[in-house]
Design a protein around this ligand. Structure first.
Ligand SMILES: *[C@@H]1O[C@H](CO)[C@@H](O)[C@H](O)[C@H]1NC(C)=O
Ligand SMILES: *[C@@H]1O[C@H](CO)[C@@H](O)[C@H](O)[C@H]1NC(C)=O
Ligand SMILES: *[C@@H]1O[C@H](CO)[C@@H](O)[C@H](O)[C@H]1NC(C)=O
Ligand SMILES: *[C@@H]1O[C@H](CO)[C@@H](O)[C@H](O)[C@H]1NC(C)=O
Ligand SMILES: *[C@@H]1O[C@H](CO)[C@@H](O)[C@H](O)[C@H]1NC(C)=O
Ligand SMILES: *[C@@H]1O[C@H](CO)[C@@H](O)[C@H](O)[C@H]1NC(C)=O
Ligand SMILES: *[C@@H]1O[C@H](CO)[C@@H](O)[C@H](O)[C@H]1NC(C)=O
Ligand SMILES: *[C@@H]1O[C@H](CO)[C@@H](O)[C@H](O)[C@H]1NC(C)=O
Ligand SMILES: *[C@@H]1O[C@H](CO)[C@@H](O)[C@H](O)[C@H]1NC(C)=O
Ligand SMILES: *[C@@H]1O[C@H](CO)[C@@H](O)[C@H](O)[C@H]1NC(C)=O
Ligand SMILES: *[C@@H]1O[C@H](CO)[C@@H](O)[C@H](O)[C@H]1NC(C)=O
Ligand SMILES: *[C@@H]1O[C@H](CO)[C@@H](O)[C@H](O)[C@H]1NC(C)=O
Length: 664
């Protein structure tokens, strides 16, 4: 009896052990996802609020469901609702008292519903509805929105509706509104009386983007004080002068008068810009516009302007001796057709701190001393402009830019660096030379850049055989060396990084690295992120790092087959490793590693892409064949012990009995 019991217990234990480990993920129906303070029930074809949403929910995302009509009972039990998103729920009717029991409702999103009827008491209930979006909801008139219960509104979004005029503006309470979106409607005229209701509101942002205005009464915006005003893409049926005449008398921080790619060409006559003498604006956007007759007085009314965006404004030069714009701090001239930086005539902008000439549509020359007058320039972006230099880079070109902190010369044409090429701008903090080839004249080009914090030399054919290249970069925190092939594949020379003791991020991906020297990174005590992805490493080695306490190691897309668990076992709380897209083998040789991964999922980045090479199954789902024999072996050993024990027992009994018989 006893023997049988022990045997069954053993079988049961082993069976249970296996069952528990092979437990399939429980079948799950689609359910609302819990998010912080709420639930997300988007896109589930629901026609009512499901029971799993508790009464206490504060945030409910319910977009892409089906609620053709909203009644006083629809949300009745959700008394603590604070934010409700009903984007594209096919709502056509909104009846009375829908939110009667939701006093705390502040955000109501009704984007993309084909609303036909909104009862006058539809919004009654919430004490202070602040954010109401009716964008793309086929609203035909502002008067169709019951405004009685919207006294505390801060954001009203009516973009992409069918609104044809500003009639009905007067029925709203505008005191608290800071954003009114009327973009992509069909408003065709604005008169001074239309805007009377918002006259005393200060600091509002209004967007009329994409409306096809036919007329705007001159001075319609007179004495309005806004934070931003957007008239971009509004020039199909009205000329630039007429819009600006309408804006005369306004004060606004930002003004957008730009175009979009789909708009037809607009030509701004210099005379039209005279209206700016009666407009107070600090930040102006004129992207994609054409200037009809640009001359030295075109911008003479923009003395107060701080930021000007002339992206793709079809410019090949700016006038020599301009009047106006002398207070400009930010100038964006991206995607124009300058043949040389000199043609910008930057001495017109002595206060400039930020200049961007990115994506120039033809190779951009950079002649000597062109920017000399920009004494306070801090950021210069010449990226993607195929900058071409006549002489060596960069001291003659950067002459005078002693305050420069950021220089972006990525995607330039090949150039030669003089010795200490950046000594004209010794305060540089960020240097981006990605995708630009250069030839060195001196083994330590950065030796005077004591403030440099980020250096991007990716895809620049930088040779790391020059061990002194980083000499002087005492404060460097980020070094990007992606895409620079290492000769011979083995990264050695610990001296290379001895110059950059404060390095935190090192990017060495796509460098054709097959191995690196053990002590290469030992001196980098601050190292937090190392990207060695897309190389040819066959081994995950961590012994070369100063500390594994808090470090992010990226070994993705290498040739690592097995991982020695010892190399990652000592990872601290903040450390992670990325081993995705490696040909990892899922057999007993990797058993310990795979086990570690299963127990330390938070320390493995891109877990879903970390798969077994042969089967493409994810490492965490790998069925370990090594565990089975262990169980069986234990089982067999126990069985053998039992059999031997019982055999001995039987034998002893027999011997005793026999000896008893013989005694008799
Ligand atoms: C909801 O509205 C219906 C008809 O409009 C009304 O009879 C009913 O009493 C209302 N229910 C609540 C809870 O207010
Ligand atoms: C209003 O709500 C929308 C949707 O939640 C959000 O994107 C927007 O930022 C909110 N606006 C403000 C000013 O809170
Ligand atoms: C506009 O309003 C701001 C406050 O938002 C105020 O500082 C400024 O003086 C006002 N400008 C005019 C012209 O009223
Ligand atoms: C702009 O349009 C107005 C009204 O249609 C017209 O009087 C004016 O001459 C136009 N100005 C230009 C520069 O075309
Ligand atoms: C600039 O152009 C405008 C318009 O063509 C013209 O009236 C003005 O006289 C020109 N100014 C100068 C200084 O050439
Ligand atoms: C612009 O700069 C000039 C001096 O160049 C100065 O007199 C004027 O007050 C400034 N205007 C504004 C609006 O800052
Ligand atoms: C502007 O250009 C005109 C002729 O094109 C010239 O006479 C005038 O001196 C220039 N103004 C300035 C400030 O250089
Ligand atoms: C340099 O310009 C490129 C392209 O515009 C951009 O992606 C990159 O982030 C810039 N670099 C810096 C350091 O700002
Ligand atoms: C390179 O250095 C040599 C010697 O220091 C100097 O004569 C030569 O002009 C330099 N070339 C460039 C392009 O700076
Ligand atoms: C250069 O590298 C830095 C840091 O990785 C990055 O922010 C920047 O965008 C890169 N520049 C380009 C042109 O990709
Ligand atoms: C990159 O540098 C190596 C020598 O370091 C040179 O042989 C090769 O031609 C360079 N490639 C380009 C595209 O300049
Ligand atoms: C990984 O799998 C591919 C094909 O699935 C095979 O060609 C390759 O040899 C495997 N690599 C290793 C290291 O097993």
């Amino acid at each position: 009896m006893e023997r049988h019991f022990v045997f069954y217990m053993l079988c049961y234990t082993i069976l249970f052990h296996f069952l528990a480990h092979n437990e399939a993920t429980p079948w799950t129906s689609r359910q609302c996802q819990q998010i912080s303070n709420g639930y997300d029930c988007s896109g589930m074809d629901l026609q009512f609020i499901p029971d799993e949403v508790p009464n206490s929910v504060q945030i409910l995302k319910f977009s892409f469901n089906y609620l053709p009509a909203l009644y006083n009972s629809t949300f009745q039990r959700l008394n603590n609702l604070h934010s409700l998103d009903l984007t594209r729920c096919g709502i056509t009717f909104m009846y009375e008292d829908i939110f009667k029991d939701q006093p705390d409702l502040e955000v109501l999103i009704l984007i993309g519903n084909p609303l036909v009827f909104i009862a006058s008491r539809a919004f009654s209930g919430p004490l202070a509805l602040k954010n109401l979006s009716l964008a793309q909801s086929k609203i035909k008139s502002l008067s169709d929105i019951p405004s009685d219960n919207l006294a505390y509104l801060e954001v009203l979004d009516l973009g992409g509706s069918d609104i044809r005029s500003l009639d009905g503006l007067s029925s709203f309470h505008w005191q608290n509104v800071n954003s009114l979106q009327l973009d992509m409607n069909s408003i065709d005229r604005i008169s001074q009386t239309d805007l009377q209701p918002i006259h005393n509101v200060v600091g509002m942002s209004i967007s009329f983007k994409g409306n096809d205005f036919v007329s705007i009464e001159p001075g319609a915006f007179q004495s309005l004080n806004l934070s931003s005003l957007d008239f971009s893409g509004c020039f199909r049926k009205i000329n630039f002068s007429s819009i600006l005449r309408g804006l005369e008398g306004i004060t606004t921080n930002k003004l957008n008068l730009g175009l979009y790619e789909t708009d037809s060409n607009v030509f701004i006559p210099s005379a039209a810009l005279q209206s700016f003498c009666k407009i107070l604006v600090t930040d102006l956007d004129l992207q994609l516009q054409h200037f009809l007759d640009l001359n030295n007085s075109t911008f003479h009314c923009l003395e107060g302007l701080k930021k000007l965006d002339l992206t793709r404004a079809h410019l090949d030069s700016l006038p020599f001796n301009m009047i106006g714009l002398s207070n400009l701090s930010h100038l964006v001239l991206d995607e124009n057709r300058f043949s040389d930086v000199c043609n910008i005539n930057t001495k017109n902008f002595p206060m400039l701190t930020h200049l961007s000439v990115s994506g120039n549509l033809k190779p951009l020359g950079f002649s000597n001393r062109c920017l000399e007058s920009l004494r306070v320039l801090e950021e210069l972006d010449l990226s993607h402009s195929s900058v071409k230099l006549k002489g060596p880079c960069c001291n003659d070109q950067l002459f005078g830019l002693s305050e420069l902190k950021l220089l972006n010369l990525s995607y330039s044409l090949p150039m030669v660096w003089s010795s200490q090429p950046f000594s004209a701008s010794p305060q540089l903090e960020h240097l981006d030379f990605s995708h630009s080839l250069y030839a060195l004249n001196d083994s330590s080009p950065f030796s005077n850049l004591q403030s440099l914090r980020t250096l991007n030399l990716s895809w620049s054919n930088t040779s790391l055989t020059n061990m002194h290249i980083f000499n002087g970069l005492k404060t460097l925190q980020l070094l990007n060396l992606k895409g620079n092939p290492i000769q011979g594949g083995v990264l050695s020379h610990a001296e290379l990084f001895k110059y950059v003791p404060l390095l935190e991020t090192l990017i060495l991906s796509s460098c054709k690295i097959t191995a690196f020297e053990e002590n290469l990174f030992k001196g980098l005590t601050q190292l937090r992120q190392v990207d060695l992805s897309e190389n040819k490493l066959v081994r995950l080695s961590t012994s070369g790092f100063y500390s594994l306490y808090s470090i992010q190691l990226n070994f993705a897309s290498n040739a690592i087959v097995t991982v020695d668990v010892g190399s990652i076992m000592n990872f601290g709380k903040g450390s992670t490793v990325d081993l995705s897209y490696n040909p990892l083998v899922c057999n007993c040789s990797n058993f310990q590693f795979i086990n570690w991964v299963k127990k330390n999922t938070v320390k493995v980045k891109h877990l879903m892409e970390t798969v077994c090479n042969a089967t493409e199954t994810r490492i965490i789902d790998a069925k370990l064949q090594c565990e089975f024999p262990v169980g069986i072996i234990v089982f067999i050993i126990i069985l053998v012990v039992i059999i031997i024990a019982s055999a001995v027992f039987c034998l002893v009994r027999r011997i005793r009995r026999y000896s008893r018989y013989t005694l008799l």
